[in-house]
Design a protein around this ligand. Sequence first.
Ligand code: TXA
Ligand code: MG
Length: 349
Amino acid sequence: MNTKVIKIDDTNINDFLIKEAASLIKEGKLVAFPTETVYGLGANGLDENAVISIFNAKGRPQDNPLILHISSKEQLKPLVSEIPEIAYECMRRFWPGPLTILFKKSNLVPNIITAGLNTVAIRMPNHPIALKLIEYAKTPIAAPSANLSGKPSPTSASHVIMDLLHKVDMIIDGGSTGLGLESTVLDLSGDQPMILRPGAITMEDLIPFMPNIKQDVATIKEGEHIVPKSPGQKYRHYAPKAEMIVYTGHIEKVIETIKEKTSYYISKGLNVGIMATEESKDKYTKGTVLVVGSREKKETIAANLFNTIRAFDEKKVDIILSEGVEEDHIGRAIMNRMMKASGGKVNRV
Ligand code: TXA
Ligand code: MG
């Protein structure tokens, strides 16, 4: 398949190009586009065949449901059978933005979107290109992250090109995404509000007006007996080619442990990558050190995490030793992705 790659400046959107992308969506084609979280792989969310081609392009298992993206709150009603009071408050505070809400679905939503579940995930992204694309396509757009299944989510068009060139009809290059981690998934379809995937809208943002909110335990630890409430969370994700091990605890202890392990793995003949932070980078004298961001500003770590994981692949390291972060605010989402990327190898030292 020939993939058309176009550049759109999000501060000065070329209407002609966006309309071309929107007409592809209307025709049932696949268009990758930027959002404020990560790049999405979009198709007409009400066209079953178009949605099936998303699963095929990504190699994604069909039991993993998709998010429907809308550009105005009016688009929500036909897609759901019930809007709880608390959802209005969430939408008022956080839409457009990195919050996906689970509602009870309406009959309009194809079963392929929800993987047969009776809930549907909806989000209004806060990105001018995404919003215009949905508006002009005149349909909700189904969009998982625009990576091959199992790979880190793409935070720039070059990542999308690496994974999906010749597999999709168009890729819109709108520069780097700002937040870098996928949206928070919040289940409001039952009596117990629950975070199924942590993201930039944090527990701390929600608690003040939703004091009974819980976070699915599967987002914090992995284990045979832990069945995630969100199907996507059961798969290995964001995985680098190399093995990855994460160390958490007091930072001095973490650094000391990573240094010891680095020497050990080098002595075994391995090419060792260290995922360090601004504050710690000068402490490491061996291995391939990449800085993921600043511990003082965890948003920078979120923004660069997937990019850094991909960069280690390019450097062909055999093992990545990574510093963890405190599990609060955005740190919860960062640690969730590190847990997935490492296949659960998170060690407290
Ligand atoms: O930031 C984002 O959310 C990005 C951008 C492109 O919008 N999209 C994204 O989509 O991350 P995806 O498909 O990679 O992740 C969607 C997650 C999966 O873990 C999926 O299992 C979950 O949402 N999900 C979707 N519908 C669900 C449902 N009805 N019940 C439970 N989980 C659901
Ligand atoms: Mg994904």
